[in-house]
Design a protein around this ligand. Structure first.
Ligand code: FA5
Length: 346
């Protein structure tokens, strides 16, 4: 009786396993494999049926009936699954059944790139002071990038900008300053208050401070009676809005061919509050931009009468502004697409 019981259990297990595997069968090909494995000549069920005649006579009917019933059930299940799969093959829409009650996949939200964030912040600070955004092209001509900015061919100051040329006269702009001429020519003779944000390119060695591609934000104001004091006022306001209300600005003499006088603008170091540290190289000041009063020749090239009009201009690197604000020591992080860096500023 013990043998008999074990055999019945074996048949029941075999049936359970076969039926649960049948649920996983998704094609007619694998269904055929299932049939060979479960009902074929070498299947466990056939093996069991073959050994029945070796059992004591009185045990044979129970095992025989049970195994036949199992066989019939498995054959029926096979036919039913075959029918379902054939139907699916004929009707591809059924294959794509959608369970609308299932929870959806979480949507991965992106975020603004740090350069875009700082550009927007700069734009909104200047917008409060009445500056509108004016766009210039990234592919420029030698005329706008240099000549109209008071740097004729062979002018030594051109060396300040290592240039990527597309042809003899076409280049990737090395700064946003050519936009000054474009803005002046678009607005003349109206007064101007614009900022010009955008990408610039320089044929320079890549270092922790310098990239080949980076952004600049140019500022330009043209009108009657605009002075260096206006430039200072605007930049102090910008420094305080960007870095906090205590910040101080100082001007240092400099030279740009398109401004006269020209200045480099420093801000007191926000890390050491001016007492000297490694960020400011112990000077208490960090450089934030170049600026000056628009050169009379440049005003004339833009269409303005330099006897009546004056203006100021400045140009800053937003990546360097962002680095200063968040204590980042390598500009290359901006364009490396490393999510560990980018996610810190989501
Ligand atoms: C200029 O490009 C002038 N056009 C700025 C200007 C505008 C002066 C209007 C006067 C009037 P400069 O080469 O210093 O200047 O660049 C300005 C800023 O751009 C720098 O202070 C720096 O923040 C950023 N910058 C320059 N080169 C790179 C570089 N390779 N990588 C990242 N940022 C840079």
């Amino acid at each position: 009786m013990g043998e008999n019981h074990l055999m019945l259990k074996r048949i029941a297990r075999l049936e359970d396993e076969a039926l649960s595997r049948l649920k996983e069968v998704k094609s007619l090909e694998t269904l055929n494999d299932w049939r060979i494995q479960v009902l074929g000549k070498k299947s466990e069920l056939v093996m069991i049926q073959r050994t029945i005649r070796e059992l004591p006579i009185k045990e044979r009917p129970a095992i025989g009936q049970h195994s036949n019933r199992t066989r019939k059930q498995l054959e029926d299940a096979f036919e039913k699954r075959k029918e379902e799969l054939e139907k699916l093959r004929l009707d591809p829409l059924l294959k794509e059944q959608l369970d609308v009650t299932l929870p959806g996949w979480p949507v991965g939200l992106g975020s603004l790139h740090p350069s875009t964030q700082v550009l927007r912040e700069i734009q909104s600070i200047f917008a409060e002071m009445g500056f509108q955004v004016f766009d210039g092209p990234e592919i420029e001509t030698d005329l706008y990038n240099f000549e109209l900015l008071n740097m004729p061919a062979n002018h030594p100051a051109r060396d300040m900008w290592d240039t990527l040329y597309i042809s003899d006269t076409v280049l990737l702009r090395t700064h946003t300053s050519p936009g000054q001429i474009r803005a002046m020519r678009a607005f003349c003779p109206q007064p101007i208050r614009v900022i010009l944000p955008g990408k610039c390119y320089r044929y320079e060695a890549i270092t922790s401070r310098s990239e080949v591609m980076f952004h600049q934000v140019e500022g330009l104001a043209v009108g009657k009676r605009i002075t260096l004091a206006d430039l200072k006022g605007v930049l102090v306001e910008f420094g305080r809005k960007m870095f906090g209300p205590k910040r101080e600005i100082r001007f240092r003499c400099s030279h740009f061919p398109f401004t006269e006088p020209s200045v480099e603008v420093d801000m007191d170091c926000l890390v050491c509050e001016g007492s000297g540290c490694s960020v400011c190289k112990q000077t208490g000041w960090v450089e934030i931009l170049g600026a000056g009063m628009v050169h009379p020749k440049v005003l004339e090239n833009g269409g303005y009468d330099s006897e009546i009009f004056s203006g100021f201009a400045f140009g800053m690197g937003p990546e360097r502004i962002f680095m200063l604000k968040y204590g980042i020591d390598d500009i290359r992080l901006f364009f490396r697409n490393d999510l560990r860096f980018l996610r810190q500023f989501e």
